[in-house]
Design a protein around this ligand. Structure first.
Ligand code: HPA
Length: 275
């Protein structure tokens, strides 16, 4: 059997030894949603470090665990913390959690993150519905290697990576709850350095609205294995060259914290409708 699939099954078996909770929605908590778990009626928590072979993040503020519970009656698993390619993890490990969600029975992967605004109309604190992405500059497609046939096809279609019906649901939820929501194309680069102004100008010319260091590889792996995917990004800063001040991780975290109440409300109300 494929070694990557074996590892996935071992992770699944470990989780299944701790809980029989079957999530409908798997939610990846990006910057700004770290406190989201308090919205749940918690059934079970599993630190990533307990799960044999599961990748554990090294980034401050990203310490990881699964939190299983009900959100307005909808069975949800929150992933508090994710690993990034820039930490040095193999791409297979970066997308392992998304695939594990499928093996645990989830139907929907809801991705969130913080990003830099490339679109000049965007300001720090804006929320953006991700409608499509650019992964063409990323050094490694997450599906490279022998295809894991148990998960999906060799050449999966990516015409609708972010499920149109889920996008419509999130748009409608934002409107109903008076939450301003931008939408656009997200580009994942490796990081960990922020972009140069020339890179941001180039991305803008290519139609990118926001740039970040996560999410698109997870979306591709999730699509491959048949999860429905949606995503919302918190634009935490204007991208390099679009603002007079240098970018810092602290600025990203501050803006994400400021947006947290709106972000939480939008995600909570959207998931309630996914039940
Ligand atoms: N660039 C890349 N990733 C980011 C940014 C940025 O400006 N802000 C938050 N994550």
């Amino acid at each position: 059997m494929d070694k990557r699939y074996e590892k996935l099954l071992a992770c699944r078996d470990y989780v299944r030894g701790r809980t029989d909770f079957v999530p409908r929605v798997a939610l990846v908590l990006g910057s700004g949603l770290g406190g989201f778990a308090s919205e749940l009626e918690v059934a079970c928590e599993i630190p990533y470090a307990d799960i044999p072979g599961f990748p554990v993040s090294t980034v401050p503020g990203h310490a990881g665990k699964f939190i299983f519970g009900l959100l307005e009656g909808v069975p949800v698993v929150c992933m508090q913390g994710r690993v990034h390619f820039y930490e040095g993890y193999a791409i297979d490990d970066v997308v392992l959690p998304a695939r594990l969600m499928k093996l645990l029975g989830a139907e929907i992967l809801f991705l969130t993150n913080a990003s830099g605004g490339v679109n000049r109309d965007f300001s720090a604190g804006d929320l953006m519905l991700i409608t499509d992405h650019l992964l063409m500059f990323f050094p490694q497609n997450p599906l490279i290697g022998p295809n894991i046939d148990e998960l999906g096809p060799r050449f999966p279609d990516m015409s609708h990576i972010y499920d149109p019906a889920l996008c419509a649901l999130i748009r409608e939820t934002a409107r109903e709850n008076g939450v301003a929501l931008r939408e656009g194309v997200y580009c994942q680069l490796t990081g960990p350095s922020f972009e140069s102004p020339a890179e941001i100008r180039a991305l803008g010319a290519l139609g990118v609205d926001a740039v970040g260091m996560s999410t698109a590889v997870e979306a591709v792996a999730a699509n491959h294995c048949g999860l429905r995917v949606c995503g919302v990004s918190c634009v935490s800063n204007k991208a390099a060259g679009l603002s007079p001040v240098p970018l810092t991780h602290e600025e990203v975290q501050e803006a994400a914290n400021e947006a947290a109440p709106r972000f939480t409300a939008l995600v909570r109300r959207s998931i309630a409708k996914m039940g």
